[in-house]
Design a protein around this ligand. Structure first.
Ligand code: AMP
Ligand code: MG
Length: 344
């Protein structure tokens, strides 16, 4: 199959993408978080193609993307009033809500669960495509399962060239990490995955929330978890990744003492001079954590190369978007975190 890349600016784009989606084909779509591998979320055969293309485990459910809030009543029931307040505050945007699923949603989409995850993405052309298709679009991150997510159309082409008819190119993703997931079927709501909408923003609308333990620690393969995706190895380049915390100076001293050729250092732009000679790869500025979330996956994909022996990674501290970066880097490192201050 020939894979065509079409720019969002191309006037033909929305109609062509929507036509393919309604015919049961896969179309990769840009969003503000990452590129999604889209299919008609109500068509089990179309959805099955996503699992095949990604090599995704069958029990890992998909997020349904909607054009606007009115669409969720057809997909979910027992919707709490808090869902509407969240949508008012953060949609379109990087927030996914887990709600009780109506029967029209195939089990293939929900991974067999009685709940469904829904989100309205902040890309006007993608929303127009969903509106024209007239169905919710299931769209997990367009990477191969387990690999770092796709934040450009080139990433999608690299992973799926010849496996789908169309990739919609909307340029690099602004947020760069997947959506925040909040489970509204629990009281208080439970944060299942941190992302562009921060815990602080959620608390402002919801009052209190709880944080699932999979957000900050490794889950064993056979554990029963609320969001099945949380138990799989994720976002990882093929080599070992080690997070090195501590002050710039302590981290540089530790990494330089351990460095051998073939290792790489994933660091902040501000730290480049400290890691001269250690093959550093900056992924953004520590002073502006949004550049770190936007640059993380492109950098992890670059490090996913057999020539890389081991990665020492620097991770931003604190809340806000840095919390999402900690979660993704933590998963890429299987939560192997070392405090360099202990070695001073
Ligand atoms: P992605 O593959 O990046 O699109 O992530 C989708 C993730 O959303 C999955 O890995 C699940 O962890 C989560 N998810 C989707 N549907 C549900 C659901 N019904 N309940 C809990 N988590 C869900
Ligand atoms: Mg994913």
């Amino acid at each position: 199959m020939q894979t065509r890349v079409i720019a969002t600016a191309d006037p033909e784009c929305p109609r062509l993408a929507a036509k393919l989606l309604t015919a049961g084909d896969l179309v990769a779509l840009p969003t503000e978080t990452v590129y999604g591998l889209g299919a008609n979320g109500l068509d089990p055969e179309a959805v099955a193609k996503i699992f095949v293309a990604k090599g995704r485990p069958n029990d890992n459910p998909l997020i349904l993307h909607v054009a606007d809030i009115s669409q969720i009543q057809t997909l979910c029931h027992s919707i709490p009033e808090s869902a509407y307040r969240l949508a008012e505050a953060f949609w379109p945007g990087p927030l996914t809500m887990v709600l009780p699923a109506r029967d029209i949603i195939p089990k293939r989409t929900t991974g067999g669960l009685s709940t469904v995850a829904v989100r309205c993405p902040d890309n006007a052309v993608t929303r127009e495509i969903i509106r024209l298709a007239g169905v919710p679009i299931a769209a997990p991150s367009a990477n191969l399962s387990g690999k770092p997510s796709t934040t450009t159309a080139e990433h999608v082409l690299h992973d799926h060239n010849g496996k789908l008819p169309l990739i919609v190119d909307g340029g690099p993703c602004r947020v760069g990490v997947e959506s925040t997931i909040i489970d509204l079927t629990e009281d208080p709501p439970r944060l299942l995955r941190p992302g562009g909408i921060t815990p602080e923003q959620l608390t402002q609308v919801l009052g209190s929330i709880t944080v699932d333990k999979a957000v900050t620690a490794q889950i064993c393969g056979d554990a029963v978890v609320k969001a099945p995706g949380m138990k799989y190895r994720h976002y990882a380049p093929q080599c070992q990744v080690l997070i090195i915390n501590g002050s710039r100076e302590a981290a540089a001293r530790y990494i330089r003492s351990q460095y051998t050729p073939g290792d790489r250092v994933l660091c902040f732009e501000e730290e480049l001079p400290l890691f001269e000679g250690c093959d550093p790869l900056p992924y953004g500025s520590e002073a502006d954590p949004y550049t770190l979330s936007a640059g993380l996956f492109a950098a992890l994909r670059q490090l996913d190369d057999p020539s890389v022996r081991r990665v020492f990674a620097r991770c931003p501290q604190g809340g806000g978007i840095a919390y999402a970066v900690q979660n993704r880097l933590g998963k890429a490192a299987a939560f192997q975190i070392l405090d360099a201050e202990a070695f001073v």
